[in-house]
Ligand binder design. Structure first.
Ligand code: ARG
Length: 406
């Protein structure tokens, strides 16, 4: 039994039941709850959270405001890395877990705890992110994962809460499992579990179409990060919030995918990330204009790796940190504006981009009279460029002559 555990607390059914379960099952002598605000719209009033945690048996309950930290350290790195796991998912839950871990560890030190805890099951990625993250920041702390071992169904947990007078709002029928933060919403369970079923519209909140108007928005970037929307300078947290509204109101930013979890399970998930996807789309369009070719190509390869590492719980790892250094280095020239248009339902299109540091040179690119390109130089270049292939083809002789098509 540990003497004191700091539990990642959402105020929901599982983490509320976990408090009592840890005490009753002699896993911990004392439980301190920590709720971290990462921009989820459904975070309960701090007083309600506290009352619920204390009713469940917690020694204390702390609510931490990590909204700007989430934006400025976590979403920002994801923007710079154009992070989309398996080419699609912008890492909503994967980005918030390391923020939560950081605060769990801080609070564990403050409360002189010897363990941290989480309410994840054994089938998901979040347990990996919590535990690997904790071991990276605090190798001495133990990690407790009550929901992985307790063997209770949702109905059992509701009964358990009633038995111990824990004031929960959850009922035995819950259809979807939803995780939410500033960067978007992840939706699992219910009929979505059959990959043949079309996702129901019911669980969407950010991307409910509320207007059929087209919106054209200019996102301005400095050194790879958005600094203004339509000329209005705002903190990154507000920019993401504004783009959630502008894109979301036109139904843009939904994803439906079957993804590979770290634990080897394929799962069907739907996401709504209007802010994340519109900002990454705009950022990547600006990079097209500003990044030198070889740098852009190498960056794209490393972006895939970056997203995999973060998805797989390796936020606090030497490779991920080294890749961040690379990503940041590439952003020195990524400043300028991107025009992006949203047409209901669900279309988002980059329609323009400009930058003082653009490598796009009109004189080199144009086919009209302003052309400055030295056409004659291409002749020698192409000959030398193709020389190896030409030599190879000549050695093949007759055998190499184009075979007849079947
Ligand atoms: N599959 C996504 C991920 O691993 C979303 C997980 C959502 N978590 C949750 N507890 N519902 O990042």
């Amino acid at each position: 039994m540990v003497k004191r555990v700091v539990l990642a607390y959402s105020g929901g059914l599982d983490t509320s039941v976990a408090v009592r379960w840890l005490l009753e099952n002699k896993q911990a002598a004392e439980v301190v709850c920590v709720a971290v605000d990462v921009g989820q719209s459904d975070i309960s009033d701090p007083d309600v959270l506290r009352d619920r945690a204390l009713a469940a048996g917690a020694l204390d309950c702390v609510v931490v405001d990590a909204r700007h930290e989430m934006a400025n350290e976590f979403c920002s790195s994801a923007i710079v890395a154009n992070a989309r796991y398996e080419g699609k998912y912008p890492l909503v839950s994967a980005l918030s877990r390391p923020v939560i871990v950081r605060h769990l560890v801080d609070q564990a030190r403050r409360f002189d705890a010897d363990a941290v805890g989480h309410g994840c099951t054994g089938k998901g990625n979040d347990q990996v992110r919590f535990e690997v993250g904790t071991h990276a920041l605090a190798p001495d702390l133990k990690v407790l994962a009550p929901a992985r071992n307790w063997g209770m169904t949702r109905a059992d947990s509701v009964d358990y809460a009633h038995k111990w007078n824990i004031p929960i709002t959850a009922t035995k029928e819950k259809i979807y499992s939803i995780d939410e933060n500033l960067w978007g919403r992840a939706i699992e369970c219910g009929e979505i579990e059959d990959p043949w079923n079309e996702p129901p519209s019911e669980p969407y909140t950010l991307t409910r179409q509320t207007t059929s108007d087209t919106a054209e928005t200019v996102i301005s970037f400095e050194n790879g990060l958005p600094v203004a929307v339509d000329g209005v300078t705002m903190p990154l947290f507000d920019i993401i919030g504004a783009m959630n509204v502008i894109a979301g109101a036109r139904g843009a930013g939904r994803l439906d995918m079957v993804e590979n979890r770290r634990v080897g399970i394929k799962s069907r998930e739907v996401y709504e990330c209007p802010g994340a996807l519109s900002i990454i789309t705009a950022h990547s369009a600006l990079e097209d204009l500003c990044l030198e070719r070889d740098l852009a190509r190498e960056k794209q390869r490393l972006e895939i790796r970056w997203a995999e590492l973060v998805y797989d719980g390796m936020w606090f790892s030497p490779l991920k940190e080294a890749l961040d250094a690379f990503m940041n280095e590439t952003q020195r020239a990524v400043s300028g504006d991107v025009r992006i248009r949203f047409d209901a339902p669900g279309l988002m299109t980059v329609v323009g981009r400009r930058s003082d540091l653009a490598l796009y040179d009109h004189g080199l690119a144009t086919y009209d009279a302003a052309d400055t390109f030295q056409h004659a130089d291409s002749e020698g270049f192409v000959k030398i460029y193709g020389l190896g292939v030409k030599t190879w083809a000549a050695r093949q002789g007759a055998q190499h002559s184009t075979p007849p098509r079947p």
